[in-house]
Write a protein that binds this ligand. Structure first.
Ligand code: SAM
Length: 311
């Protein structure tokens, strides 16, 4: 379905929990990571079916950290059974991926995005609060082994914090068919609000002039490659190059509220219609029509950190 600005809305991100096992410095977390904000697999399934009837073709499961839910494979299995959903992916910090990759693949997951901001153990611990880099690297290996594809690594660089590790991250795309994507730091936390920490996509290109643009129709990232690279390097520049005019997504929060735009706090509660698919569909359509033309991040309050909305 098209929104009021003619954009085809085909992509739903479902946050299935606010809980997270890491404490990333830039995430803007709040203390609302309570289990009661989570819904059952069947409830997310009912929402997903209604969204599919409104034109959603791609679903990404996110959080919080989706793999802290021990019923995550049930959620994947149910959503996979919706015929309209062509692509089903999940975003994870990768800490539990080694143990879950095969089960997720068997449940019907297509692909996985793994957040990894440094390949240096002590920097990783500083950024996330946990000494679990090895587990994440093993998780990436396992995802590759079981055939989750594509595998994308998402990294947020911050000046003077982890930007000296950009080359090591890029090297992950050299020998393996993995896309390494740099996301510009968005202002959702104390760190995010400090503009001097921002490393822009333009600065990354200047630092690594061997990266050459490659044709790609995919979403919000611009892709680059280099001689001898198996994978690609992606730049996602929400701060310096907003992509609102191409935005095709809406978000379902873990408590069942629908958020039409990441850049605004506005979220609509349609939980009361969960048992009435027709009404649910008509409410979703109304919300899609209310999706704003665009945003600046100044409109987001700190209370809506990405642990709530799922990035
Ligand atoms: N726990 C999962 C994970 O770590 O991938 C999913 C949730 S996490 C909020 C989703 C993505 O949002 C991560 O890739 C993270 O790096 C990104 N993210 C969080 N805060 C951000 C910020 N202030 N600016 C840019 N990206 C951010």
């Amino acid at each position: 379905m098209k929104d009021s600005f003619g954009r085809e809305i085909s992509y739903l991100r479902i946050s299935v929990t606010q809980r997270c096992n890491l404490n990333c410095v830039y995430c803007g977390k709040t203390d609302c990571a309570k289990k009661e904000t989570e819904l059952s697999p069947e409830t997310y399934f009912s929402f997903a079916k209604a969204f599919a009837k409104c034109g959603i073709k791609k679903i990404r499961i996110t959080g919080g950290e989706p793999l802290v839910r021990n019923d995550i494979c049930e959620i994947i299995k149910l959503i996979r059974s919706i015929p309209e959903i062509e692509t089903l992916s999940l975003t994870t910090n990768g800490v539990y991926l080694k143990q879950y990759a095969r089960k997720l693949k068997n449940a019907g997951l297509d692909s996985v995005n793994i957040s990894l901001d440094s390949t240096d153990g002590s920097t990783y611990r500083h950024l996330t609060g946990e000494d679990v880099l090895k587990k994440v690297l093993e998780g990436i290996d396992e995802a590759e082994k079981v055939g989750l594809s594509p595998i994308k690594i998402n990294a947020v660089l911050m000046k003077g914090v982890n930007d000296d590790g950009a080359e090591q991250l890029i090297n992950l795309a050299k020998k393996r068919k993995i896309d390494v994507r740099f996301i510009e730091l968005m202002p959702f936390s104390d760190d995010g609000e400090n503009p001097s920490l921002l490393v822009t996509g333009g600065e990354i290109l200047k630092q690594f002039p061997f990266l050459q643009p490659v044709e790609s129709e995919e979403g919000t990232a611009k892709y680059y490659s280099a001689d001898g690279f198996e994978g690609r390097v992606g730049l996602i520049n929400p701060v310096t190059h907003k992509f609102c005019d191409k935005c095709n997504r809406v978000r379902l929060l873990s408590d069942g509220k629908v958020k039409p735009c990441l850049g605004y706090d506005t979220a609509y509660d349609i939980m009361s219609y969960i048992d009435d698919e027709e009404k649910l569909i008509s409410e979703i359509k109304k919300i899609i029509m209310k999706k704003p033309a665009g945003h600046s991040f100044e409109t987001v309050s700190g209370s809506h950190g990405l642990n709530r909305t799922g990035g």
